[in-house]
Design a protein around this ligand. Structure first.
Ligand code: DC
Length: 215
């Protein structure tokens, strides 16, 4: 397979630091960004009301991703739904719906359509293994569950959402298990991925390591 140097995949479990690294690396390299988790959340939002994949895909056509310096907000039929999509309850629904083969099939070409000549950072769970196996640079982030729960806690608290640390750890572990053990596109590093453990690194240190890997 011919490797594509204009695609960098960043995979890993929730709150491993993918989002922060992806947008900072995209800004550093002037690449565009695919936040595939947000696509799964938006698809879950569309699927929830009908429980039908054909109707979900139709409803997904009314989703608009608005990019401001590689931070996305999302509208559906003109209504802003970003906050709803970023909630823990939507993360749980997205994790469940992402196991359905129809969901993954419906989203793969949409994700691939983000590929462009200027360069793409693809953030997700299966970017390096399934969606962009041709990416020349593949990064897989890890961090222990307590560190990730603490990060998620602070993030949700900042957004004014009520959270409980013990519930968060439980949710993160359950989601890791579901994402890792599902038969379709499980959360695993590609064989050619570089693994960065972010548990004791700050975002600038993670960005520096990533730049060393891709430049
Ligand atoms: O990255 P995130 O927390 O926004 O993703 C929400 C859920 O979407 C995640 O629990 C599993 C699913 N997902 C997926 O299955 N494949 C991806 N490439 C991205 C997300």
């Amino acid at each position: 397979m011919k490797l594509d140097k204009k695609i960098i995949t960043i995979d890993g479990p929730s709150a491993s630091g993918k989002g922060v690294l992806s947008s900072s690396l995209a800004n550093h390299l002037n690449f565009s960004l695919l936040d595939s988790g947000l696509l799964y959340r938006a698809y879950a939002y569309c699927y929830e009301s009908s429980l039908d994949h054909e109707l979900a895909l139709k409803s997904f056509e009314s989703i608009n991703f608005v990019n401001a310096s590689n931070k996305y907000s999302v509208n559906h039929d003109g209504n802003e739904i970003t906050k709803q999509l970023r909630s823990e309850s939507m993360a749980k629904i997205a994790s469940k719906i992402s196991m359905m083969p129809e969901t993954r099939k419906n989203l793969i070409s949409i994700q691939r359509s983000f590929k462009n000549d200027n360069g793409l950072i693809a953030d997700g769970r299966d970017m390096g293994t399934v969606v962009f196996p041709e990416a020349a640079y593949k990064i897989f982030l890890t961090a222990d569950p307590e560190t990730r729960a603490k990060r998620r806690f602070l993030e949700l608290q900042k957004k004014g959402q009520e959270v409980n640390m013990r519930d968060l750890i439980k949710d993160i572990e359950a989601r890791d298990k579901a994402d890792t053990e599902r038969s379709l596109s499980p959360l695993i590093p590609a064989s050619d991925a570089s693994i960065i453990d972010t548990s004791i690194l700050d975002p600038d240190q993670v960005l520096s390591r990533a730049i060393e890997l891709v430049c």
